[in-house]
Design a protein around this ligand. Structure first.
Ligand SMILES: C[S@@+](CC[C@H](N)C(=O)[O-])C[C@H]1O[C@@H](n2cnc3c(N)ncnc32)[C@H](O)[C@@H]1O
Length: 322
């Protein structure tokens, strides 16, 4: 396969000056949503920009965990003028050369003189030294690895449960129930590889209660703050199916929303045209506002199959060693 994606609009929308394209040459590489603001990378680039605004000149080393296509690394190379070392990783084998090709095609000048490692591996285990900034937008739904292999399922939504179940505190552990153990595993590994004063950028869907997210950061022993919230349209059917299956297995209800109705509420009550960033409202109040349009993952999957649009809340967080 070879799909060429124009990343210019994404960069313009995130306020980063750059025109270019990336090539998706492998089925396990991540693409981009048709509307760039519906892609996690929109929150990703805004978050990198936020860090750059505050301490861009102090960032000398950075790691991009689960890069998938290299886009966030291209943005970082444009934003951090004093980078000396970068690590780009993905759990998937064989896509590293294509990721590097995308990065060099878009940021060859910026890359000059930077020690660059593009590696295969889970979470922060491939990093051989601490870094100032760690970026990871990683999947949350835990499933048996044999299922992933048997059905050739994508690692954008799914992760191998065996790698994280040792972090569970038992069947009533809220991080197990809300499938946050892999996020906890990522944060623990990032904490170990974070240089003093460094930051972790991580991205979590608001499909789960905020208290569970809070618990995840607390158990990782990191301080955190929310950088951005948006309301995204989700267009991947496989994604709903996997959340629906996990929901049934654990007896929880994930929070998805009827997209059209939710967008209308956001417009009427907050004057926000989704998927613009949501500001000036607390998470609890946002959920109350959108409650009339709330649906479970099972319902979301059903609606998706009927051709209806589904959305969900998305958050970008910054975390640091406490
Ligand atoms: C949701 S995509 C993120 C793509 C892009 N970096 C972004 O910010 O939107 C997740 C990527 O992480 C990879 N991945 C999944 N689990 C991982 C893990 N535990 N460690 C490293 N990479 C992982 C997947 O193969 C996929 O390329």
């Amino acid at each position: 396969m070879n799909t060429s994606i124009d990343i210019t609009d994404l960069f313009i929308m995130a306020g980063i000056e750059h025109k270019g394209r990336v090539q998706i040459t492998h089925e396990d590489m991540s693409g981009l949503e048709p509307h760039p603001k519906n892609d996690w990378l929109y929150l990703g680039l805004l978050s990198l920009k936020e860090i750059a605004k505050r301490e861009g000149v102090f960032i000398r080393s950075s790691a991009f965990i689960g890069s998938g296509n290299g886009i966030e690394t291209i943005a970082a190379l444009k934003l951090f003028p004093n980078l000396e070392t970068i690590f780009i990783t993905d759990l998937v084998k064989n896509i590293q050369p294509a990721i590097i090709k995308n990065i060099t095609a878009n940021a060859n000048e910026e890359l000059k003189g930077i020690r660059t490692y593009c590696l295969e591996g889970r979470d922060c285990s491939p990093l051989s030294e601490p870094v100032d900034l760690i970026y990871g937008n990683l999947p949350l739904i835990m499933i048996d690895q044999r299922e992933i292999e048997k059905h050739r399922l994508s690692l954008t939504t799914l992760t191998d449960e065996q790698m994280y179940m040792h972090l569970s505190q038992g069947p009533y552990d809220m991080l197990t129930r809300w499938s946050l153990l892999s996020q906890l595993g990522f944060l623990l590994s990032a904490k170990e590889k974070l240089a003093p004063g460094g930051s972790i950028l991580t991205f979590i869907g608001g499909r789960i209660p905020y208290y569970a997210i809070e618990q995840c950061f607390r158990r990782a022993g990191v301080g955190y703050r929310k950088l951005f919230t948006s309301f995204k349209r989700q267009s991947d059917g496989q994604f709903f199916k996997q959340y629906a299956e996990y929901e049934t297995k654990e007896g929880v209800d994930f929070a998805f929303y009827d997209y059209k109705e939710a967008v209308e509420i956001l417009r009427q009550k907050l004057g926000i045209i989704a998927p613009e960033i949501i500001v000036d409202i607390e998470d609890a109040d946002l959920k109350i506002l959108l409650a009339p349009t709330l649906i479970s993952a099972n319902k979301a999957y059903e609606n998706y199959q009927k051709g209806m649009s589904v959305g969900h809340i998305a958050h970008a967080f910054e975390a640091w060693n406490d």
